[in-house]
Design a protein around this ligand. Structure first.
Ligand code: HEC
Length: 146
């Protein structure tokens, strides 16, 4: 009887963990897509705010983008290479250090941007340099054409 109970417990444990595993791959892939989309929306918001000189309103959004990039560092585990319409390329996992460095740079640059807008003359130029160029630098190598 004791053995039977143990087997049931073990079985429940195994079933539970495979369920959690399967669910979390979906959650991770969907979660990272949602964060990239949010960053895109926020990037556009920042551009609009800066066009009308609303620098102080743009700063918290830059910080939010920076935090999202930092969180994204944990959203590319080995078991999320495929499925759920991911556009992530295998090159990410073959060059994980380089990928992470680009992510970290994108995060750091958003904080630099929040400082730079106080004194920069060319707001469009500085946004291109510290925000938009990081998107294409990473997408060119690590995101499938879409
Ligand atoms: C360090 C790499 C990196 C940086 C920097 C980066 N991206 Fe991405 N982006 C990716 C990858 C990888 C994907 C594919 C994720 C997936 O489908 O699992 C992606 C996907 C996206 C998507 C699609 C999300 C969806 O719903 O499928 C959008 C939109 C996007 N990025 C916008 C941006 C914008 C805008 C920037 C810059 C402000 C940016 N990204 C910066 C790597 C990056």
């Amino acid at each position: 009887m004791k053995k039977f109970k143990l087997i049931i417990i073990a079985l429940t444990f195994v079933l539970n963990s495979t369920f959690v595993y399967a669910q979390s791959v979906e959650e991770i892939i969907k979660g990272r897509k949602a964060m990239f989309s949010e960053n895109y929306q926020n990037g556009k918001k920042i551009s609009i705010l800066l066009k009308s000189g609303k620098k102080e309103e743009a700063k918290p959004i830059m910080k939010k983008m920076s935090e999202n990039y930092k969180k994204l560092l944990d959203y590319f585990p080995e078991n999320t290479k495929e499925g759920f319409k991911t556009e992530a390329l295998p090159s990410i996992w073959e060059n994980k250090d380089e990928f992470n460095a680009l992510m970290q740079k994108a995060s750091d640059d958003m904080l630099k941007l929040a400082k730079a807008i106080d004194t920069a003359d060319d707001l469009r130029g500085i946004q291109k340099e510290l925000m938009w160029s990081n998107c294409s630098a990473c997408h060119n190598r690590f995101r499938a054409p879409h």
